[in-house]
Design a binder for this molecule. Structure first.
Ligand code: NAP
Length: 332
């Protein structure tokens, strides 16, 4: 394999005030130097990829650029043969797909410290069904468990339940025997949420802003993918000693709350980052998702697309029309 070896990538160009993605032929010397060269078979679609593809400078500063924050495939070459060629690997987060060419190309070259091992029994497609969304859901559950959450504590709310992170969180928690209450803005998604294991589905209006600083304690714990005022309302309804794992901001980055849930009920607000954490923390969650935290419903319902469908699929994210997990297959 030489630096002039060609490969295909879906690259985004800045053209005037427009950002346009298209299939291109690149050579390996367009990738960063050093590190681990990985031949990808699959990637996964995330909201952040849609932001990168649409010119969001908070995600990607310079174009042309190959998005894709998730990637799975096999090692082609690495310094000191570590990992060895042919090793099946997963790369998510850090700078992948932001300002480092990402998973929408057939090859990536990344630092060894970004490269997780494929868990036993998984292939690249399976890993990318979960992708960053599944990893984040797993990290949320992991934090709750570390705080001592137990299935006998009572109902656990998942807010933003139909989303990519929320739906996997619903399924992992129900696989673990928790009584899951899914909170969703999508009335037509009730049956899917019940299939994922939700015991109860509440409408998003349940978390509408209220003046009272505390409400009847209703949930033992929660996973919140939404932020903003719905998270503030959720905090008012957590039982004494309960924990809320918080990872998202679709309803806004501001959190206006009083300290009362924290100082009168001992509620714990736990921040979750899936991007910059050490690789061993990611690896531990991948290994659980491939074993006792596996989500059969999520795995069955994932949709697979080819690079020629990326444009439309990413637009759907921006319009809030995307549902379920979408996997990119470079062989299609
Ligand atoms: N911390 C991390 O490392 C990390 C990693 C991945 C993602 N995230 C963040 O997590 C959040 C969710 O990601 P995702 O991939 O699951 O996104 P997604 O698939 O777009 O899902 C978000 C869900 O939130 C709900 N929602 C949308 N707009 C809302 C609003 N205005 N108010 C309340 N709920 C709303 C919807 O679910 P319902 O209709 O069911 O309510 C929607 O499906 C995003 O903010 C994302 O940036 C963070």
């Amino acid at each position: 394999m030489t630096e002039t070896t060609e490969f295909k990538a879906w690259r985004v160009h800045e053209e005037g005030d427009r950002f346009t993605g298209r299939e291109e032929t690149l050579t390996l010397d367009t990738l960063p130097e050093g590190g681990v060269l990985v031949r990808l078979s699959h990637s996964s679609l995330n909201y952040k990829d849609a932001l990168s593809a649409s010119g969001n400078r908070g995600v990607t500063r310079e174009y042309p650029h190959t998005p894709g924050i998730d990637a799975a495939g096999s090692v082609v070459e690495a310094a000191g043969d570590n990992p060895a060629p042919q090793t099946a690997v997963i790369v998510t987060g850090y700078d992948l797909g932001m300002n480092t060419p990402g998973g929408f190309g057939e090859y990536i070259r990344v630092p060894g410290s970004w490269v997780a091992q494929m868990p036993p029994g998984w292939d690249a497609r399976k890993a990318m069904i979960y992708g960053t969304a599944g990893l984040t859901a797993g990290l949320c559950v992991s934090k709750l468990l570390r705080m001592g959450a137990d299935k006998d504590d009572g109902p656990v709310a998942v807010n933003g339940a139909s989303g990519a992170v929320g739906s996997v969180a619903v399924e992992i928690l129900s696989v673990l025997g928790f009584e899951v209450v899914a909170i969703s803005g999508k009335a037509d998604y009730r049956a899917q949420l019940e299939r994922l294991g939700a015991k109860e589905v509440l409408a998003r209006e349940q978390l509408e802003e209220q003046k009272k600083p505390l409400l009847k304690p209703r949930f033992a714990h929660a996973v919140d993918t939404v932020g903003g005022h719905p998270l503030a309302e959720l905090l008012k309804q957590i039982r004494p000693g309960g924990s809320v794992a918080c990872c998202g901001l679709v309803a806004g980055p501001q959190l206006q709350t009083t300290v009362l849930p924290f100082i009168l009920r001992g509620v714990n607000l736990l921040g979750v980052d899936s991007v910059e954490i050490p690789l061993n923390e990611k690896q531990a969650v991948w290994d659980r998702l491939a074993s006792d935290w596996a989500c059969p419903q999520t795995e069955q319902s994932a949709r697979t697309i080819g690079r020629n469908e990326l444009g439309g699929a990413l637009q759907a994210f921006l319009k809030g029309e995307s549902a379920g997990k979408i996997v990119l297959d470079h062989g299609l």
